[in-house]
Design a protein around this ligand. Structure first.
Ligand code: HEM
Length: 135
């Protein structure tokens, strides 16, 4: 609340650590040799965004929510990559940061309801199925 500009950074780190879309599917046009084995041409690949976003070779202490990370480490993959990169990413960022700022302005004492801990569920689309808050 003291620094509203931090909201975009907080969103960026939230999307890295807990991307709502966990995977994208691709089809291999040709066979591909990887250290872990061969991907045959035509195979369907599930590219795990959630896993890439916590790659310890890219992100230091990847399980930790770190607000200063966005300025020091590579971009996350929550909006995909390459030619199918999310067309709505800028709109999504704007909607979420404005909405979250307005929520904090309207309810400055907002906090989790006593005893509530958000738990994520779902695989393709992942997130908490409910949020209990005290205003
Ligand atoms: C936090 C919110 C959002 C997340 C995490 C997200 C994530 C993604 C991801 C990972 C992809 C890549 C899919 C792939 O490579 O197969 C994608 C594509 C896409 N997104 Fe989003 N998205 C979000 C919001 C939005 C919004 C608000 C819109 C539109 C208003 C939108 C429109 C699209 C479209 C049209 C594509 C397909 C782009 C293409 O195939 O060339 N997204 N999104």
């Amino acid at each position: 609340m003291a620094d509203p500009d931090l909201m975009d950074t907080a969103l960026c780190e939230t999307l890295r650590r807990n991307p709502p879309l966990q995977l994208v599917l691709r089809e291999a046009r040709e066979s591909l040799e990887l250290p872990s084995g061969t991907i045959p041409a035509g195979a369907t690949l599930a590219c795990l965004i959630g896993s890439a976003n916590r790659d310890p070779d890219q992100f230091s202490e990847p399980d930790t929510f770190n607000l200063s990370r966005a300025h020091q480490e590579p971009n996350h993959f929550a909006f995909g990559a390459g030619r199918h990169f999310c067309l709505g990413s800028l709109l999504a960022r704007m909607e979420i940061t404005i909405g979250a700022r307005m929520l904090l302005q309207a309810f400055p004492d907002i906090r989790w309801a006593p005893g509530f801990e958000p738990t994520e569920c779902g695989f393709l689309n992942r997130g908490p199925d409910r949020l209990e808050v005290a205003l």
